[in-house]
Design a protein around this ligand. Structure first.
Ligand code: FUL
Length: 502
């Protein structure tokens, strides 16, 4: 007993400290010093659902609906369901294309701003049930949910809060309608892992705008789908602020709580049809640097998602068949989203047949081939690794496992050095921080030994979940990472060098 009680006490103390320091949200009082604030920021971590979401890296958006048939980007809400008539709809083709491209989740616009529902909702007549497709017996959402299960893909839903068709829009009854639809969705189609709330908010059929009961929507999701992240006008995933495919160079997953404000998000979303250019320049705004944190009184783990379409529009338009983004453009987008501590949500809009068009499929295949070739081999495998001058187990940084990491030692400078057996040529440097314990690195250099002296070949600010630097091709046997500024001891999880496929 003498031993057990103190041990129990110690264990309890340990877990309560952990519980205190490992969390997604923290308040800051006026009395706290800058250092205390930084420590708090550095100890924030993703929730379990945010971590699984982040690790997916690539997800697919499917914009499909009445607009596909009217050739519009935004409907008006008065379209007849009779227009919805795909001739060859095959959700398995969508999931195969997504799986082959390396996507981990597929998210469908179950309802866009026009209010037309791709599933036979009990709460409205404005749905596939009144369309000629499958004589009104079809259910696009079910077909996709089933195809995702078969392919072992996660499933997500975009349910536009803005509804130009629903008569109750603009009244309290609309919040009931919306919650009913969410409930239908989250109870009848298996597991949903992302719910995407659009920022666009306009007038309904009565010319009124809706006051959304966000708290109730969120609570419904937390009750029915606790593992789902709620994105954009939601608490778990932040919209990067552009629809261009390009994220920020400095991307913090810890930001002031103010960035979760729904009105702010809505205001910055596109508010006019056809306006696809970013309202916020991707690099113009610094969200989570020290200066921003010091002025804030609440901080939160709120990671960024980059959404972009493979075509100029979100919905399919035949006249954009030749405007599918090129393989190189998509690679650039990959490096500037996944490679900059964001997740990429790439839109692949099915055509009037109900299939992802051949041009999009071909581009995606080529894109995937290039990515696979590029990342098939981490050229650092087998290298000796030195942390603060001492040799360490060489596997940890190349094992592809986020949760295994090293604490980068501070011996005057924080340096991790790599010695290769033979010279290698590379033009990509890929770094990951162990975000299980937080995001900490604020500034780093990558240096290579060239003609017996160290030369900086790349520099960066944040790393976070993943940072990929594109550098001029370098051939060397020795390279090192120098972390010049960090909020707390950096925990480096992965380090890789790769050569981009020709
Ligand atoms: C925007 C919408 O207005 C677009 O139509 C599209 O759905 C995009 C993903 O979000 O806010």
């Amino acid at each position: 007993m003498k031993i057990i009680l103190p041990t129990l006490f110690l264990l309890l103390a340990f877990f309560s400290v952990r519980a205190q320091s490992y969390r997604q949200f923290v308040k800051i009082s006026d009395k706290e010093s800058d250092n205390e604030i930084l420590l708090k920021a550095a100890n924030l971590v993703p929730a379990k659902r945010q971590l699984s979401w982040q690790k997916m890296e690539l997800t697919a958006f499917i914009h499909f609906g009445i607009n596909t048939f009217t050739d519009r980007e935004w409907g008006k809400g008065d379209e007849s369901p009779a227009l919805f008539n795909p001739t060859k709809l095959d959700a398995r083709q969508w999931t195969k294309v997504c799986k082959d491209a390396g996507m981990k989740l597929v998210m469908i616009t179950a309802k866009h701003h026009d209010g037309f529902c791709l599933w036979p909702s009990k709460f409205t007549e404005h749905s596939v049930k009144n369309s000629p497709w499958k004589n009104g017996n079809g259910d696009v959402v079910k077909e996709l949910a089933d195809a995702c299960k078969e392919m072992n893909l996660k499933f997500g839903v975009y349910l536009s809060p803005w509804d130009m068709h629903e008569e109750t829009y603009g009244t309290d009854a609309y919040n009931d309608y919306y919650v009913n639809q969410l409930t239908e969705f989250l109870t009848e189609y298996g597991k949903v892992e992302e719910v995407w709330f659009d920022g666009a908010c306009g007038e309904g059929p009565n010319g009124k705008k809706q006051i959304y009961d966000w708290e109730r929507y969120y609570q419904t999701i937390r009750n029915l789908a606790p593992e789902a992240v709620i994105a954009i006008t939601g608490p778990d995933v932040r919209w990067v602020g552009t629809e261009s495919g390009y994220g920020r160079d400095t991307e913090w997953s810890v930001v002031p709580v103010a960035y979760q404000n729904q009105d702010l998000i809505a205001e910055r979303s596109q508010q006019k049809e056809g306006l696809f250019r970013p309202k916020v320049k991707p690099t113009s705004e610094d969200l989570g640097s020290r200066y921003k944190l010091f002025k804030s009184n609440e901080l939160v783990w709120y990671p960024s998602e980059v959404d972009v379409s493979i075509r100029p529009g979100w919905f399919y338009h035949q006249n954009q068949d030749e405007k599918v983004k090129s393989v190189n453009k998509l690679l650039d987008i990959f490096y500037c989203s996944v490679g900059k501590n964001s997740l990429l949500l790439l839109n692949l809009p099915p055509d009037k047949r109900g299939l992802i068009h051949e041009n999009d499929v071909l581009t995606l295949q080529r894109w995937r081939e290039k990515l696979d070739k590029t990342f098939s081999l981490n050229l650092l495998r087998g290298a000796k690794v030195f942390n603060g001058g001492a040799e360490i187990n060489s596997i940890v940084l190349v094992d592809g496992e986020l949760s295994t990491s090293i604490t980068v030692e501070n011996k005057g400078k924080r340096i991790v050095e790599f010695h290769l057996k033979e010279a290698k040529t590379f033009d990509l440097v890929c770094l990951q921080e162990n975000i299980n314990v937080g995001q900490r690195v604020e500034e780093f250099n990558v240096e290579a030994e060239i003609n017996e002296s160290w030369k900086t070949i790349g520099t960066g600010t944040t790393i976070g979940y993943k940072r990929i630097l594109r550098v001029d091709p370098v051939t060397t046997t020795k390279l090192r990472l120098v972390i010049s500024q960090s909020r707390l001891t950096p925990e480096l999880s992965e380090f890789g060098i790769f050569k981009q496929a020709e």
